[in-house]
Design a protein around this ligand. Structure first.
Ligand code: ATP
Ligand code: MG
Length: 259
C-alpha cells in the first residue's frame, strides 16, 4: 500500500468508546457477593470470632475498598471471597455470578481460585528461588489452566513489559525493589486473566511514592475493565475506589462512615 493511501483512510475509528447503561439490572447482578459471612478461628481451646455477619456486593467493573483497622478481619474477608478459606459451617455464602463458591466440588473451588480470582498480597509472596518470569507463569501451570507453556511465557513477558519489568525477567525477587516485586506480583495475579483482582494492602510495605505507582497500575487495570476489591486501613488509599465500605466489629457497614 502506498503512503498516500495509508494517510487518507476512507473510514477511520479513532479512540472509540461506548458504554451501555444497564441501570438497575446491573446493580442487581453482582459478579461477587459475600452474604452473611461468619468466620471464627480456633486458637487452642479458645474461639476467636472475627466475622459475625459480613455482607458485600461487588458489581462487574467496580472498585470496592474495604476499610478497617488492623485485626478487624480484612484479610479474612478477602480469603473467603477468593476461595482461600472457608466460612464457618452455616456461616453464609460467597456467590460468584450468583452461584455458591463453597458449594462446589473441590476441583471447581480450585478452578475458581486459580482462574477467576487474582490475588495481590502486602508481602508479594513471590517464590525466592524462581525468576520473575517463572513466578509470573506459575499460576498458569497449576490446577486446570489450559494455557500452554509457550503461551504463558508470552503472556507473562507482555504483562511484565507492560509493568516496566521487561529488563528484569530473569532476575530473582531479591534483586528487585519492593515496587518492582509488587508489579511482578500483579503480573502473576493477571496471568490467568481473572475476572476479579483481590488486593490485600498492596501498598502496605511500600513508601508513599512507590505505593502511589502501584495504585496507578491498579487504577489503569480497573479503567481497562478489571473488577477490584482492595482492603486497607489507610483512608487516603481507600478514597481511590468507587465505593468504600467499613469493616468493623465483624460486620461490613454500608456505606462507610467516612469521617
Ligand atoms: N489462622 C488464624 N488463626 C487464628 N486467628 C487468626 C487466624 N487468622 C487471623 N486470625 C485472627 O483474626 C483476626 C483478624 O485477622 P485478619 O488477618 O483478617 O485481620 P486484618 O484486618 O487483615 O489485619 P491486618 O490489617 O493487621 O492485616 C485477628 O485477630 C487475627 O489474629
Ligand atoms: Mg490483613
Amino acid at each position: 500500500m502506498s503512503d498516500v493511501e495509508r494517510n487518507n483512510p476512507i473510514l477511520e475509528g479513532r479512540h472509540l468508546k461506548k458504554t451501555y447503561q444497564l441501570g438497575h439490572a446491573k446493580r442487581n447482578n453482582p459478579i461477587l457477593e459475600g452474604r452473611h459471612l461468619k468466620k471464627t478461628y480456633q486458637l487452642g481451646h479458645a474461639n476467636v470470632p472475627v466475622l459475625l455477619d459480613a455482607s458485600l456486593e461487588v458489581q462487574q467493573g467496580e472498585w470496592v475498598t474495604i476499610l478497617g483497622s488492623s485485626g478487624s478481619g480484612k484479610s479474612t474477608v478477602l480469603h473467603l471471597l477468593g476461595g482461600l478459606d472457608r466460612p464457618d459451617e452455616n456461616g453464609g455464602e460467597v456467590l460468584f455470578h450468583g452461584e455458591s463458591v463453597w458449594g462446589r466440588s473441590n476441583k471447581n473451588i480450585n478452578r475458581y481460585r486459580n482462574t477467576e480470582i487474582g490475588f495481590v498480597f502486602q508481602f508479594y509472596h513471590l517464590l525466592p528461588e524462581l525468576t520473575i518470569l517463572e513466578n509470573t507463569t506459575l499460576p498458569s501451570m497449576v490446577g486446570n489452566s489450559t494455557m500452554s507453556t509457550s503461551a504463558a511465557r508470552e503472556r507473562a513477558t507482555t504483562l511484565l513489559e507492560q509493568f516496566g519489568l521487561g529488563h528484569r525477567l530473569l532476575h530473582r525477587p531479591r534483586e528487585l525493589s519492593g515496587g518492582e516485586r509488587q508489579r511482578a506480583a500483579i503480573a502473576r495475579a493477571l496471568i490467568n486473566e481473572p475476572s476479579i483482582l483481590l488486593a490485600d494492602e498492596p501498598t502496605g510495605n511500600l513508601d508513599e511514592d512507590t505505593g502511589n505507582e502501584i495504585l496507578d497500575v491498579l487504577r489503569q487495570l480497573h479503567q481497562d475493565g478489571l473488577t477490584v476489591v482492595l482492603v486497607t486501613h489507610n483512608m487516603d488509599i481507600a478514597s481511590r475506589g468507587d465505593c468504600i465500605v467499613h469493616l468493623r466489629n465483624g460486620v461490613i457497614e454500608h456505606p462507610a462512615t467516612v469521617a
